[in-house]
Design a protein around this ligand. Structure first.
Ligand code: AMP
Length: 381
C-alpha cells in the first residue's frame, strides 16, 4: 500500500497526519490525492467513512499553503459546500487538525445560529470556507461573501443535497463561481440529476469510486428481532441492560419517535440523548459530544440527522424502526463498522414492517438471520 510520504505533502501536513495516527492513505485518498495535487477535477463516488474528507482537505491545504495569496475582505480561496451543519462542523474540525501550523484561515457557516459572528469572520478574508447552502446564499446576497479569488470548489454529498431539496440553492451558488477553478464533486450514489450536474460542473475529471457498502455489510453481524410494536420499548430496554454495550446508535423513523425513546430510556436509567432536525444546533452538538465522550451510552437519531456524522466508536446499531429506503439500512448499519472495525446491527421488525424487511434483504442480496432468543419474540409468523 502506498505510503503518505509518496504523496509529497508539505511537512507540517505530514506531521499532522502522523499525530492523528494515520499510517496509510485510504483507497479514496490514494487514488484521488495525486490527481488533485496536479489540479485535476474529481468525481468521487464515496460516502462518509471512507476517508473522503482528508481526500479533499489535504490537497486543498497543500495548494493554498504552497501558494500564499492573501484573501481580501469577504473573499474566499476555497469553498466546501456540504448539506448538514454536523458535516460542516466535522469538516472544519478536520481541516483545523490537518492544517495546524500552516497559518491558513478557515471558517464554517451554517444556519440555525446567529449570522453576526459569521459575517465578522468573513470580514478579514478566508482561505477555506465550509458552508451549508442556505446560509451561504443569505450571506452572498448581502455581499458578505464574494468569489473573485476562488480557486477550489468542493461539492460534498451531492446526492444528499438532492434528497434534502437543496439542489436549486446549490445551482444558484455554482452560477456565481468563477469559471476557472478546480472542482470536486462527491456523492455516495449517482442519480441521473447528479450525473448531469457532474457533467456540467467538471472538466475532464478523474473518477474515483470506492464502494465500501457490500464489504461493510459483510463484516457486520446482523440480526432481525421479530417483535410486536407494543413491545419494542421493552425489547430495547432488555438489549441495553447488557452493560457490555458501551455505545449504541438507535435509529428512529421520526423525530417524535426519537424523543419518545429517549424519554423511556431515561425513565429506565439508561443514559441517552436524541439528535434530529427539530433540535437546536447547541443541543445536537451537546448530544453528539456527550456520546463521543462516553457520557451517554445511547444516541437516538433519525436518518437525516445521522447522515455523515462520524462516530468511530459505535459497537451497536439498533434499528428501532426499519427504514423505508433499503439504502438507508446499509448507511445505518455501516456506522458500526467504521475504519475497519466489525460491529453488531440489530433490527426490530414489527407487524407493519415485514415488507420493508423483504425489500432490504433483496437490496443487500441476503437473508438477515432472525434471532428467536430474545424475550419478546412476536407470536406472528
Ligand atoms: P471520513 O470519510 O472523511 O468521514 O473519514 C472517516 C474516518 O476515517 C474519520 O474518523 C477519519 O479520521 C478516519 N480516517 C481518514 N483517513 C484515514 C487514514 N488514512 N487512516 C486512518 N483513519 C483515517
Amino acid at each position: 500500500m502506498l505510503d503518505f510520504s509518496a504523496l509529497n505533502l508539505l511537512p507540517s501536513i505530514m506531521e499532522a497526519l502522523h499525530k492523528k495516527g494515520y499510517k496509510t492513505p485510504t483507497p479514496i485518498q490514494a487514488q484521488a490525492i495525486p490527481h488533485l495535487l496536479e489540479g485535476r477535477d474529481l468525481l468521487g463516488i464515496a460516502q462518509t467513512g471512507t476517508g473522503k474528507t482528508a481526500a479533499f482537505a489535504l490537497p486543498i491545504l497543500n495548494r493554498l499553503a504552497s501558494n500564499r495569496i492573501k484573501a481580501k475582505p469577504a473573499m474566499i480561496r476555497s469553498l466546501i459546500l456540504t448539506p448538514t451543519r454536523e458535516l460542516a462542523s466535522q469538516i472544519e474540525e478536520n481541516i483545523t487538525l490537518y492544517g495546524k501550523g500552516l497559518n491558513l484561515i478557515s471558517t464554517v457557516i451554517f444556519g440555525g445560529v446567529g449570522a453576526r459572528p459569521q459575517v465578522m469572520a468573513m470580514g478579514r478574508g478566508v482561505d477555506i470556507l465550509i458552508a451549508t447552502p442556505g446560509r451561504l446564499l443569505d450571506l452572498m446576497s448581502d455581499g458578505h461573501i464574494q468569489f473573485e479569488q476562488l480557486e477550489v470548489f468542493v461539492l460534498d454529498e451531492a446526492d444528499r443535497m438532492l434528497d434534502m431539496g437543496f439542489i436549486r440553492d446549490v445551482k444558484k451558488i455554482i452560477s456565481k463561481l468563477p469559471a476557472k477553478r478546480q472542482t470536486l464533486l462527491f456523492s455516495a450514489t449517482m442519480p441521473s440529476d447528479i450525473a448531469h450536474l457532474a457533467s456540467t460542473l467538471l472538466t475532464g475529471p478523474v473518477r474515483v469510486e470506492v464502494t465500501p457498502e457490500a464489504t461493510t455489510v459483510e463484516k457486520i453481524e446482523q440480526s432481525i428481532n421479530l417483535v410486536d410494536k407494543i413491545n419494542k420499548p421493552l425489547l430495547l430496554r432488555s438489549i441495553l441492560k447488557n452493560n457490555s454495550i458501551k455505545s449504541a446508535l438507535v435509529f428512529s423513523r421520526t423525530k417524535h419517535g426519537a424523543d419518545r425513546i429517549v424519554k423511556y430510556l431515561e425513565k429506565e436509567s439508561i443514559s441517552s440523548a436524541s439528535i434530529h432536525g427539530n433540535k437546536s444546533q447547541g443541543a445536537r452538538e451537546r448530544a453528539l459530544g456527550d456520546f463521543k465522550a462516553k457520557k451517554i451510552r445511547v444516541l437516538v437519531a433519525t436518518d437525516i440527522a445521522a447522515r455523515g456524522i462520524d462516530i468511530p466508536q459505535v459497537s451497536h446499531v439498533i434499528n428501532y424502526n426499519l427504514p423505508d429506503d433499503p439504502k438507508s439500512y446499509v448507511h445505518r448499519i455501516g456506522r458500526t463498522a467504521r475504519a475497519g472495525r466489525d460491529g453488531i446491527a440489530i433490527s426490530f421488525c414489527d407487524e407493519t414492517e415485514v415488507k420493508l424487511l423483504k425489500d432490504i434483504e433483496k437490496f443487500i442480496n441476503c437473508k438477515v438471520r432472525v434471532d428467536n432468543t430474545h424475550p419478546y419474540v412476536s407470536s406472528r409468523k
